[in-house]
Design a protein. Structure first.
Length: 125
């Protein structure tokens, strides 16, 4: 449920509470019970809506953290397969001997930790 829906239910609930306060002593019991039932229903709906909103908020928080992690790994380079601690950084780039005319490159990547080097074929998107 969205925020507007939650606020609508909360407003209705507060209206019912105000009506109950305004009940005079000689107000009949059936109307009072009807108002109380409506109040309990609205409070129950409000609780469910707030629970859904909390779960959605936690899910969004997890998604944000996952995206932050992915961005950090993209910015810092791929993890080294040899030492699993360093990051692979591009240290050299030359035109591919066969596909260079298409923009392809051979890139040398070097681990920032152990110095491991690999050549990678890069294809432009």
């Amino acid at each position: 449920m969205d925020f507007v829906g939650i606020m609508t239910i909360a407003g209705q609930t507060l209206g019912i509470i105000k009506d109950l306060r305004d009940v005079e002593r000689d107000f009949d019991a059936a109307s009072y019970k009807s108002q109380m039932t409506e109040l309990y229903n609205n409070v129950s709906e409000l609780r469910m809506a707030l629970t859904d909103a909390r779960e959605e908020l936690h899910a969004k928080g997890r998604e944000i953290e996952e995206l932050k992690s992915r961005i950090a790994s993209m910015q810092s380079g791929e993890q080294c397969a040899i030492c699993e601690e360093g990051r692979l950084k591009v240290t050299a780039s030359v035109a591919h001997p066969h596909f260079g005319m298409l923009g392809h490159q051979l890139r040398t990547v070097t681990c920032t930790n152990c110095g491991h080097k690999e050549e990678r074929h890069y294809r432009p998107e």
